[in-house]
Unconditional design. Structure first.
Length: 178
């Protein structure tokens, strides 16, 4: 969805856009949309700056980082961005960004493209660790069994070979009654 900057007013305009699951692909993130993502809000112009406030909502299927099972979750985030014309953007010499500049994007060609913003905001709204549930036990590091279904049949912790001699000495001492 694109907005022509010259047509935007100080009063602004409301918008709503649905993105089909095929329109937003996140294969590298191991997630997929299971229903259209929706973004709605208001966009307006203030001098040379374009301001946008809205909300993004999407239902996704993701892989749990612990047990690798697919689960469904709702991703919701508030969007509050200001756009400046490309020529007003900071130079490459500027190394430090203020808090206001962190929420600033650039537009060129007299248009603001909402699609890239939606993709960016969606990725930022994803949790760093995606878990099917907080108490997920994950997979056994030895046999790969799903520990959520019950304990696996692996033996108790194996002794590191570097400590095997010490363990043998300890067993001998315990057997001798010391």
């Amino acid at each position: 969805m694109r907005f022509e900057v010259e047509r935007l007013t100080i009063e602004g305009t409301s918008f709503r856009q649905d993105y089909a699951p095929e329109a937003l692909s996140f294969e590298a993130e191991r997630i997929r949309l299971i229903a259209p993502a929706t973004v709605h809000g208001r966009i307006w112009r203030k001098g040379r700056e374009v301001l946008l406030q809205g909300r993004l909502t999407a239902r996704v299927a993701a892989l749990c980082d612990r047990c690798l099972r697919e689960f469904e979750t709702l991703v919701e985030t508030e969007i509050d961005v200001s756009y400046v014309p490309e020529e007003d953007d900071a130079t490459a010499e500027d190394l430090e960004l203020s808090a206001d500049e962190m929420a600033q994007s650039v537009f060129s060609g007299g248009e603001v493209d909402l699609d890239e913003l939606v993709r960016e905001q969606f990725l930022l709204a994803l949790p760093m660790r995606r878990l099917c549930r907080e108490e997920c036990r994950g997979l056994c590091p030895r046999c790969g069994a799903d520990l959520n279904l019950g304990d696996c049949q692996c033996e108790a912790a194996e002794i590191d070979p570097r400590w095997a001699a010490l363990a043998a000495w300890k067993r001998k001492k315990e057997a001798d009654g010391e």
